[in-house]
Design a protein around this ligand. Structure first.
Ligand code: GAR
Length: 198
């Protein structure tokens, strides 16, 4: 049984998609051991609690330095003996020591077709604002392994989503979530749990 930790910062709709997929047995051989947020107000923490899953908040604001936070964050993650760390809308930079220790065991969902609209400054709604400003006709989502760069690790899954006339960033974000993110992230976890990744 793969022990999975999900890292979140906000609403947690991707977390919900994972929890639903576990319940529906679309993800097998995996259990969600913990949900960790940097944001005490993240609704994702409520979603975890409602599911009887440990919901932990650890915020950089509680620490005197980034180094102190990074150390405590890694220690907290280590407590759960995780096989896989899933970044599901987690907006904190993963410490280098964690990337090294959990090499090939951290995955991230990004709301564009990498390498478009990714890297520093591209997160959440900003990604969709940039896609609309550029006038792309197709966007999508990507699940990838996390390496030391920003959105640069090996790609696991991608799915394209059409941009439609009159889309606002919010409308496009919702379509990318529904058609791509909530499908791809559970699928990637199931693939890893069942060793179908090459
Ligand atoms: C999702 O769209 C996710 O792809 C994005 O944040 C949102 C979180 O929503 N992540 C990034 O932009 C990472 N660069 P959620 O909390 O409802 O799952």
């Amino acid at each position: 049984m793969l022990r999975v930790g999900v890292m979140v910062s906000g609403g947690g709709t991707n977390l919900q998609a994972i929890l639903d997929a576990v319940d529906a047995k679309k993800i097998t051989n995996a259990e969600i051991a913990v949900v960790i947020s940097n944001n005490p107000n993240a609704y994702a923490l409520e979603r975890a609690k409602n599911h009887g899953i440990d919901a932990v908040c650890i915020s950089p604001k509680e620490f005197d330095s980034r180094e102190a936070f990074n150390e405590a964050f890694l220690a907290k993650v280590d407590e759960y003996n995780l096989d896989l760390i899933v970044l599901a809308g987690f907006l904190v930079k993963i410490p280098a020591a964690m990337i090294e220790k959990y090499e090939h065991r951290i995955i991230n969902i990004h709301p564009s077709l990498i390498p478009s609209f990714c890297g520093v400054g591209y997160y959440g709604l900003k990604v969709h604002e940039a896609a609309l400003a550029r006038g792309v006709k197709v966007t999508g989502a990507t699940v990838h392994f996390v390496d030391s760069g920003m959105d640069t690790g090996p790609i696991i899954l991608q799915k394209a989503v059409e941009v439609q006339e009159g889309d606002t960033p919010e409308v496009l974000q919702r379509r990318v979530m529904e058609q791509a993110e909530w499908v791809l992230l559970p699928q990637a976890i199931d693939m890893i749990a069942n060793e179908r990744i090459i």
